[in-house]
Each structure stands twice: as C-alpha cells, then as structure tokens.
Write a protein that binds this ligand. Structure first.
Ligand SMILES: *[C@@H]1O[C@H](CO)[C@@H](O)[C@H](O)[C@H]1NC(C)=O
Ligand SMILES: *[C@@H]1O[C@H](CO)[C@@H](O)[C@H](O)[C@H]1NC(C)=O
Ligand SMILES: *[C@@H]1O[C@H](CO)[C@@H](O)[C@H](O)[C@H]1NC(C)=O
Ligand SMILES: *[C@@H]1O[C@H](CO)[C@@H](O)[C@H](O)[C@H]1NC(C)=O
Ligand SMILES: *[C@@H]1O[C@H](CO)[C@@H](O)[C@H](O)[C@H]1NC(C)=O
Ligand SMILES: *[C@@H]1O[C@H](CO)[C@@H](O)[C@H](O)[C@H]1NC(C)=O
Ligand SMILES: *[C@@H]1O[C@H](CO)[C@@H](O)[C@H](O)[C@H]1NC(C)=O
Ligand SMILES: *[C@@H]1O[C@H](CO)[C@@H](O)[C@H](O)[C@H]1NC(C)=O
Ligand SMILES: *[C@@H]1O[C@H](CO)[C@@H](O)[C@H](O)[C@H]1NC(C)=O
Ligand SMILES: *[C@@H]1O[C@H](CO)[C@@H](O)[C@H](O)[C@H]1NC(C)=O
Ligand SMILES: *[C@@H]1O[C@H](CO)[C@@H](O)[C@H](O)[C@H]1NC(C)=O
Length: 437
C-alpha cells in the first residue's frame, strides 16, 4: 500500500509538473536558445546559457525590467536560417516604450526572411544586410509602423520592388533609412516611394530596376541621400528632384539617363556629393549649379557623358571641392584660369575631352593636388610659354602622386625639377613631343 501510495503521488506530481511545463509560455531566453539550436555554427553564442542571466548574453540588451530589447549580432559568424527565430515571447519586447533593434547583418543567414519578424512590436531598426536571404512572403507582412531603419542590402532578394513598401505605404511614415542595394530587384522604382515622406537616406543601387526615375521622389522633403546607382534607369532626370532641398548626396551613376541637367538643381544649396558618372547625359552643364553649390566639398563627377560646351568659369566658386572628374565628355575650348581658385582639389580629371590652348598657369595654385589627369585633349604649350602652364610651375604641386599629360600636343624640354616631386609615382608624357634632358 505504502509503495502504491508513493507511486501515485509521484505520478500525480509528474502529471502536474508536465502540465505546468506545457502551459507555461516560452520565455525570451528559451526562445533565443531554441533559435540557436537550429544554427549550423553558433560558436560566438557560447555565453547563451540558462546559467547566465539573459541580459548578460552576447549581443543581448535589456531594459531595466530585464526584458530583452535588442539583439545585436553583426558579423558574429552565424550560419543558418531565421525560420525558428520568431517567438510570441518577444511580444513583451520594448514594453517600456524603448525601441527594438534587431541587427543580424554580415552573417551567413540563408533562406527566406520570415514574415513573422514584422510582428515584433515597436521594431525600430531591422538590419539583415550582407547575408543570403530571399524574399519574405510579402502578402503576410504586417505593417511595421515603428520601423525607422530597414536594411536588406546585399542579399538575394529578387522580383519587383519590395511589396513591403508598396503594401505598407502610408503606414511606414516613421521610415527614415532604407537600404536595399546589391540585390536583384526588378520592375522599376515605384512612384509610391514618394509617399514615404520621412525618408532621409535612400540607397537602392546595384539592382536591375529599369524604368524611369519617378518624379514623385521630389516630394521627399527630408531626403538627404539619394543613391540609385547602377540600376538600369533609362529616362531624363525629373526637374522635380530640384525640390529636394535637404539633399547633400545624389548618386545616379552608371545608368542610362539621357537629356540635360536641370538648372533648377541650383536650388539644392546643401549639395556636397554629386555623381552622374557613366550615363548618356548631354547639352551644356548649367553654370548656375556652380554658382550656387558653394558647399560642394566632396565630389563632383560628370565623367562618361556627352556634355558639351566650354568648362564654365563658375567652377572657380567651388573652393571647397576635393574631387572633380569631368573626363570623357565633349568639353571644348580652353580651361578657364578660375580653376586655380579650386584650392581644395585633391584630384582633377579632365581627360578625354576636346580642350585646347594652354594648360592654365593658375593650376599651380592647386597645391593640394595628388592626382592630375589631363590626357587625350589638345593642349599645347612649350617651355617658352609665359601665360600657359610651364612644367617648372607644375613642379610646385609637391603632393602630386600621379601626373598624366599623355596624348596632347605638348612640346619642349622636360625640366629636371620634376624629379624633385617626392611623392610622384606615375608620370605619363607619352603621345607628346617632349625632349628629355
Ligand atoms: C564558426 O564561426 C567561427 C567565427 O564565429 C569560426 O571561427 C569557426 O571557424 C566557425 N566554425 C565552423 C565549423 O564553421
Ligand atoms: C508579457 O508581460 C505580461 C505582464 O508582465 C505577462 O503577463 C505575460 O505573460 C508576458 N508575456 C510573455 C509572452 O512573456
Ligand atoms: C553559408 O551557408 C551555406 C548554406 O548553409 C553553406 O553552404 C556555406 O558553407 C556557408 N558559408 C560560410 C562561409 O560559412
Ligand atoms: C499586398 O497586399 C494585398 C492586400 O493585403 C495582397 O492582396 C497582395 O497579395 C500583397 N502583395 C503581395 C505581393 O504580397
Ligand atoms: C542576381 O543576378 C546576378 C547577375 O544577373 C546572378 O549572377 C545572381 O545569381 C542573381 N542572384 C539571385 C539570387 O537571383
Ligand atoms: C527569385 O529567386 C528565387 C530563388 O531565391 C527563384 O526561385 C526565383 O525564380 C527568382 N525569381 C525571379 C523573378 O528571378
Ligand atoms: C555595387 O556593385 C559593384 C560591383 O559588383 C561593387 O564593386 C560595389 O561595391 C557595389 N556598391 C555598393 C555600394 O555596394
Ligand atoms: C517641384 O518642382 C516642380 C518642377 O521643377 C515644380 O513645378 C513644382 O512646383 C515643385 N513642387 C514643390 C512642392 O515645390
Ligand atoms: C541660387 O540660390 C539662391 C539663394 O541663395 C536662390 O534664390 C536662387 O534661385 C538659386 N539659383 C537658382 C538658379 O536656382
Ligand atoms: C546615347 O545617346 C545617343 C543619342 O543621343 C545614342 O545614339 C547612344 O546609343 C546612347 N548610348 C547609350 C549607351 O545608351
Ligand atoms: C577666381 O580667379 C580669378 C583669376 O583666376 C580671379 O579674378 C577671381 O577673383 C577669382 N574668383 C573667386 C571667387 O575667388
């Protein structure tokens, strides 16, 4: 009897204990461990153990109440999928109104992006960049009304532009940063992007969108960076983009853009970086750009287009610019001496044009120059020239690393002071008629 009684008690306890275990919802720690158990390589997560408080686990941040608020594991060597990541236990994340950060970028995550991630409440930053993730089931995504930053760059997303944007437009008003570059997205840049009115950074290059640049992007009054490079865009540049008066960087390089540069871009006085390299743009460059872009202090590249006309004297206004590339166009006539006012220039490339006359002596004022590319023009000058650029004047550019004067019509005698340029690594005078000492 005694033994039977004991057995009964034990089995009742077993039943009860099991019942408790079944009904108790999965906690945050268990949920994280369950996900870890699905990973192929989780050696960086060795601190994840019930023996340690969850808040001390590698990559985990908590609020004062001990609830997990953020998971930051960039470049942690994680190998596996996200299928088992979501748990209802995360519903309590950010109960105190803190914003949630989920950063699993630069790992080796494969498989689909689980739509359940969109159910994480108050998710503010979702960074899954630099993995091998594929499209989520867009139809099942919930609107992520707290999302401020979304990065899915450098993954294996394909098909038409994220339905996430199309399907949640109007409800993604918090979104400020969107990075989708380096995927295989197609089907054009949607007009609807113009409705995501809080956007500040838009990086969607190295995709195969095709189609035009939507004029609706001009409505993004807070946009600071517009980067749609190498995206097969084939259209004119909509003048509406001139309304982007918060913009400081525009990169539309490596597309098939045609037509002219809208003069109203002069309204964007905050411009610091302007890159239209390798398009099919033509006509004269509006000089008012150079008059008004006085803060342009980084890069201006119009290389690889069909721009015509003389180089505008207004170039001289851009005294803070460091990198200027006007190569491979159809610029004609002489180089204005005002170019000597661009005293911050570190790199100047005006090669492969139809520039004539003398290389202006004012170039010797550009004492910060490291790179000077003037090949494939029709520059003429001789050592005896007084107004034109004499090579002894070039000798004043004592930071020069590369000096390329090849394929012009330069003649005379090469002065020996050129060998005093102590950083010079490359000097190309081929295709001229210089005499050596
Ligand atoms: C697992 O990842 C770590 C880096 O976190 C790496 O050192 C280790 O070689 C990887 N192990 C395997 C089996 O891939
Ligand atoms: C969330 O928090 C509430 C209140 O503390 C609690 O009753 C509930 O069980 C928690 N839910 C989960 C899934 O942890
Ligand atoms: C990344 O994951 C894939 C698929 O799981 C695997 O074949 C590959 O070896 C992993 N790469 C690295 C660098 O761990
Ligand atoms: C977008 O949302 C609509 C309505 O919820 C849905 O019918 C449609 O399938 C979604 N689009 C995609 C591509 O999932
Ligand atoms: C993306 O496109 C490139 C080039 O077309 C191709 O090599 C690659 O396999 C594609 N990736 C996916 C996931 O479709
Ligand atoms: C997108 O990629 C998946 C594999 O991830 C592939 O099965 C599908 O055919 C691709 N779709 C398109 C439109 O390229
Ligand atoms: C775009 O793709 C090119 C070529 O694959 C690569 O060199 C470049 O770094 C990419 N740009 C960005 C911003 O990732
Ligand atoms: C935007 O630019 C276009 C063309 O330049 C102009 O017609 C329009 O009035 C501008 N809109 C706003 C809101 O400034
Ligand atoms: C240049 O900037 C001024 C404001 O300083 C502005 O009034 C003018 O319209 C701009 N020029 C052009 C051509 O947009
Ligand atoms: C550039 O435009 C010209 C006509 O203006 C056209 O003949 C040429 O094929 C275009 N080049 C490219 C690469 O699209
Ligand atoms: C630019 O340089 C020219 C001479 O090369 C000079 O006359 C002019 O005042 C300079 N302009 C500015 C804005 O510095």
């Amino acid at each position: 009897m005694e033994l039977q009684h004991k057995l009964l008690l034990v089995s009742i306890c077993l039943l009860l204990c099991t019942a408790v275990a079944i009904s108790r919802p999965e906690g945050e720690a268990e949920a994280l461990l369950r996900w870890r158990s699905t990973l192929l390589n989780s050696s960086s997560l060795s601190s994840w153990s019930l023996a340690n408080p969850t808040c001390f686990w590698f990559g985990v941040s908590c609020d004062a109440a001990g609830h997990v608020t953020s998971l930051r594991l960039p470049g942690a060597g994680i190998n596996g999928k996200l299928d088992a990541f979501y748990s209802p236990a995360f519903q309590n994340l950010t109960r105190l109104g803190l914003s949630t950060i989920l950063d699993l970028s630069s790992n080796n995550l494969t498989g689909v992006i689980p739509y359940q991630l969109s159910k994480l409440p108050r998710l503010a930053v979702l960074n899954l960049a630099n993995n091998h993730l594929t499209n989520p089931e867009y139809g099942k995504l919930s609107p992520m009304s707290s999302l401020k930053s979304l990065s899915l760059a450098n993954n294996d997303l394909n098909g038409t532009f994220l339905w996430l944007i199309l399907n949640c437009t109007g409800r993604l008003q918090q979104l400020r940063f969107l990075y989708l570059h380096n995927n295989n997205l197609t089907g054009g840049v949607p007009e609807a992007l113009g409705m995501v009115s809080g956007l500040e950074y838009l990086y969607i290059g190295n995709d195969s969108f095709g189609g035009p640049i939507p004029a609706s992007l001009g409505k993004l009054q807070k946009l600071q960076i517009l980067a749609i490079f190498n995206a097969d865009l084939g259209s004119t540049i909509p003048p509406e983009l001139g309304n982007l008066t918060s913009l400081w960087a525009m990169d539309l390089s490596q597309n098939r853009l045609i037509g002219s540069l809208p003069p109203c871009f002069a309204k964007i006085q905050t411009m610091q970086w302007f890159d239209l390299t390798e398009n099919n743009l033509s006509c004269v460059v509006p000089p008012e750009l150079f008059t008004n872009w006085t803060r342009l202090d980084w890069l201006l590249s119009l290389s690889g287009n069909n721009f015509v006309g003389p180089l505008p004297v207004e170039l001289g206004n851009m005294a803070s610019l460091r990198f200027l590339d006007l190569s491979d166009n159809h610029f004609t006539e002489t180089v204005p001496s005002n170019i000597g006012n661009m005293t911050s220039l570190e790199s100047l490339d005006i090669s492969i044009n139809h520039l004539t006359g003398e290389i202006p002596a004012s170039l010797s004022c550009l004492t910060n120059l490291h790179y000077l590319f003037l090949p494939d023009n029709k520059f003429t000058c001789t050592i005896s020239n007084v107004n034109g650029m004499e090579l002894p004047t070039l000798c004043q550019l004592n930071h020069l690393q590369i000096l390329d004067l090849s394929h012009n019509r330069l003649s005379g005698k090469l002065p020996s002071c050129i060998w005093n340029l102590k950083y010079l690594q490359m000097l190309d005078l081929s295709g001229n008629t210089y005499n050596h000492d």
